[in-house]
Ligand binder design. Sequence first.
Ligand code: 13P
Ligand code: SF4
Length: 297
Amino acid sequence: MKEIIRKLLKEKHAVLLAHNYQPPEIQDVADLCGDSLELSIRASRTDAKIIVFCGVHFMAETASILSPEKIVLLPRMDAGCPMADTITPESLSAKLSELGPVPVVTYVNSPASVKAMSTVCCTSANVLKVINSIDAPEILMTPDRNLAQYAARHTNKIVHIWDGCCPIHDRLTAEDITNARQAHPGALVMVHPECQRHVVEMADAVLSTSGMIRYAKDSSCSTFIVATENGLLHTLRQNCPDKLFHPAAAHMMCSDMKKISMEDVIHSLETLDGQVRVPASVRIPALTSVQRMIAIR
Ligand code: 13P
Ligand code: SF4
């Protein structure tokens, strides 16, 4: 199937982008695996005619916002994100009428319609740079409360917090980390900022998914505990074959990130089924907030 996919990609002038949480076989056939920031940047720069996005719906939407002239395929339209579903344009409007006109920083794990109402987007890799680039004493951060609380602890700004979360990261406990440390003495603990505060505070490093890969590569340590969705373990082991990676807990699995199969990719490339498009009325304002984020380095 890998050969069939690579042949179809060539024939159709298509590129396959995969998030670091995708199943191993999808990562292995992809042109690029990455975190949300890297995938957004790559989607904005490719000259392919078709982008096959192996991830979840908001990621394919972001690719379409950045490249409206391209066909963006999400091989499973039901691959969504429960965190993105915690916010709508209506609920954001209601919050803004309560707070007044504060700048809105929106995590890319959000619907395009919410990005369109936001001042700037951020990812877990650039959240602090984005917040510190804003010339205002107060901001609203949506939709991840854990990422917002993490950001609030690293800035002098007043951060109003939307009460959404990733159910997978939010359920990791301090006890899970303690048990993993006991099982693997001497291992370094890498934690994603979508985890709760007490878990983040037990970390040796707080990083995005690709940040974890770079950190593990550069570290002199050979054993790591990985506190994020367990799909990243494959990426880490591919990148650092001489090092050991242990999951912080077996339950760190996102079913949405595991929906796309090799058969789905083939079907989507053959039929061009599963196209994601963002209407211009949403796309143009959403593009401004995504581009502002990409410009912040
Ligand atoms: P990053 O790869 O940007 O750290 O994203 C984490 C995530 O939850 C994506 O769904
Ligand atoms: Fe959404 Fe969490 Fe799954 Fe990422 S891991 S897609 S934030 S539910």
